[in-house]
Design a protein around this ligand. Sequence first.
Ligand SMILES: Nc1ncnc2c1ncn2[C@@H]1O[C@H](COP(=O)(O)OP(=O)(O)OP(=O)(O)O)[C@@H](O)[C@H]1O
Ligand SMILES: [Mg+2]
Length: 317
Amino acid sequence: MRPKKITIVHDMELDEHKREMLDAVEVVLKRRFEVERIPFDETFFQRMKSAEFVFNLSTAGGRDSRQLHVPAVLDLMGVPYTASSALAHALCIDKSVTKIVLQHSGIPTPRFSVVKPGDRLENMDFDTDYPAIVKPVREGSAQGLWKDSVVNNVEELKRAVKRIHDNFHEPALVEEFVDGRECTVGLIGNGEDLEVLPILEIDFSHLPEGVERFYSYRVKNEIDHYLRFHCPTELDPKLERRIHQGCKAAFKVMGLRDYARMDVRIRDGEYYILEINSLPLLVPVYSDITKMAEAAGYGYEGLIMKILEASFERYGF
Ligand SMILES: Nc1ncnc2c1ncn2[C@@H]1O[C@H](COP(=O)(O)OP(=O)(O)OP(=O)(O)O)[C@@H](O)[C@H]1O
Ligand SMILES: [Mg+2]
């Protein structure tokens, strides 16, 4: 039986984008269901007792365990919900774990090593080519990415690693810097019906002279008006097919459900998955996956309904 009521679960603290996303998802769902909104707070267990089905938009909660609480609690209570389980979110939150799984599955990802706080940097043998990029292993939204996160020698590398340890108190990921085009790949569905949305390219070429050509914090948040987005972007058809296959394989091996977004860089005809967002934001117009859904002709409403339908199907509704 299809649920009649949908409970949208969201973060307690909402910035402008999250508020906009919440309102927009509610508008779409209200056309077809009774809808309630519930923040993830201390009353959550109690209030979930009467929930029939959850549309999960909660991406916060704790540092290491963000995104895990809502799915974990809902599984415990037997309430069905959209998107991935706590386990899949956990695998994706730690970029080094994601990369180990990708490597193991033969899916291209840049070479890397991990430096934990407390590791002795002086004697460390960094088996890396330059340029390399140094980033926190489990942040998001370009946190911990500065212009000089891209390093060209071992001294710069050590400085960048120390800065990650000092600022985030978590391991630093040292990765081969893939100097090439940057794309992001959205997926919706499950199993045989898993669909790759039109690929979106982020074009950094209009940034002012001297500005780093990657998503540093300032490029993403302060000077993003210089960016151009191409969706669908033009790719060599063979490469595009391989990206489709690789991203679908990654979706399956990570145990993802309903939707996700993967950041990819392309160099010399090969693609590399940088990281996987297991609960990407669904902000109208602004979010990458929303742009992809527009390009696919689904529009925002189509995107939300496809996610919901994928989830219903998984539960046999
Ligand atoms: N190995 C790499 N080679 C080239 N560029 C990279 C590499 N790793 C990261 N970048 C650049 O840094 C950006 C941010 O990295 P990443 O996607 O890993 O972090 P994030 O903060 O989790 O991202 P998001 O904002 O999508 O949550 C990428 O979009 C890309 O521009
Ligand atoms: Mg990213």
